[in-house]
Design a protein around this ligand. Structure first.
Ligand SMILES: [Zn+2]
Length: 364
């Protein structure tokens, strides 16, 4: 019996995800997708040390809740792990996407985190974006036209970013990074967000009403540059949506031949942007066939997941039994769990970390 599973480690409001697969349960392979924040890295470090080798380490984009944990990793005198491949679009790749030229020189980056991560990647000597001859992880790199093979037969189909999403990030790279860096030391912002969340929770959970709110799409450029892929192993599929924009992901899925009448079957969707209401569109949900939805966030800072996203997921497929998977108990997730009538009416249940466990693991 082959193994294919997703682990959502605790990563504050961000992601620290691990895919594990293998035909031989004694010889499993792992892919690490993002590393949360610095404090999250401290928690996950023993796991990284004991796992030792990752087939892929993907840093999906430059927001602090995905990349900050990689800074202390690369600061370690001896790296606690080894990656056989690393995927990360640094400033050099954004420039290359703009001009589609060979990357001959790594340019310096403006902001501290990405600069440190880039230096760390260079020092690690881990093969960097090696599957892409241009060095750019983009749907427009020729290699992305077909699935990319990693160890033991897993296939990764790239859905995001595109050259234009990467290119549009370039002019705001410094500003966005500086902002992301500031977030780590701004308690006022945290308190503001918590207050907004308490307000949001009081509106109650009217699924019909929440689902019918007009969809306003995320336009933030770092999120749009997220690396997104479908991982397929032994007939099972998970879509790792990072913090992506739904318009590009939808277009990429349609380009693979899927539509409302020929939906992409998924065993799990790692919901984009921690369940933000601006990243999972009703039209994207219509072209996927999926009953398990995973949300990685402790709800701090942005009150994710937004109830509109969960309402849209429930409303999209009311008849079938659905599972919502959360890696934290927190007000924005518990409210969906503590309502038996709602669960019966909309046919869903909730999965949380086992009592005393750190993070949650899902078999595909
Ligand atoms: Zn994020």
């Amino acid at each position: 019996m082959s193994v294919f599973k997703l682990a959502m480690h605790p990563a504050s409001e961000g992601d620290a995800l691990v895919l594990t697969w293998g035909t031989d349960p004694a010889k499993l392979h792992h892919a690490l997708v993002d590393l949360g924040r610095t404090a999250d890295y401290r928690i996950i470090k023993p796991y990284l040390s004991s796992t030792q080798t990752f087939e892929l380490f993907c840093l999906t984009h430059i927001d602090a809740d995905h990349i900050e944990g990689a800074v202390p990793l690369f600061k370690e005198a001896a790296l606690p792990m080894k990656a056989n491949n690393i995927w990360f679009n640094s400033r050099a790749q954004l420039a290359a996407a703009t001009e589609r030229r060979a990357v001959s020189e790594r340019e310096r980056m403006g902001a501290a985190q990405a600069e440190k991560v880039t230096a760390g990647i260079v020092a690690s000597k881990w093969p960097w974006n090696a599957q892409f001859q241009s060095g750019v992880v983009s749907t427009q790199s020729p290699e992305a036209a077909s699935p990319i093979d990693l160890e033991d037969g897993i296939k990764l189909t790239l859905l995001s970013p595109s050259d234009s999403k990467l290119a549009s990030l370039l002019p705001t790279w410094d500003a966005e990074l500086a902002k992301a860096h500031l977030r780590t030391t701004d308690p006022d912002e945290v308190e503001e967000a918590l207050a907004a969340g308490r307000e949001a929770l009081s509106i109650g959970l009217d699924v019909e009403k929440l689902a019918s709110e007009p969809f306003g799409i995320d336009t933030t450029r770092p999120n749009g540059a997220s690396i997104v892929f479908i991982a397929e192993f032994d007939g099972r599929r998970i879509l790792m949506a990072a913090d992506s924009h739904p318009d590009l992901v939808e277009a990429s899925i349609r380009a693979l031949g899927y539509s409302e009448t020929n939906r992409l079957r998924l065993d799990c969707l790692k919901v984009s942007h921690h369940g933000s209401k601006a990243n999972t569109s009703p039209s994207l949900l219509k072209i996927i066939d999926c009953t398990r939805f995973a949300f990685s966030t402790d709800g701090t800072k942005h009150n994710h997941p937004n109830p509109q996203t969960i309402a849209r997921i429930l409303k999209n497929d009311p008849a079938r039994q659905k599972t919502l998977i959360f890696n934290f108990h927190q007000p924005n997730t518990d409210q969906w769990n503590n309502n038996g009538d709602l669960k019966t009416k909309w046919n869903y249940d909730c999965v949380f970390p086992d009592h005393g466990a750190v993070g949650v693991e899902i078999d595909m």
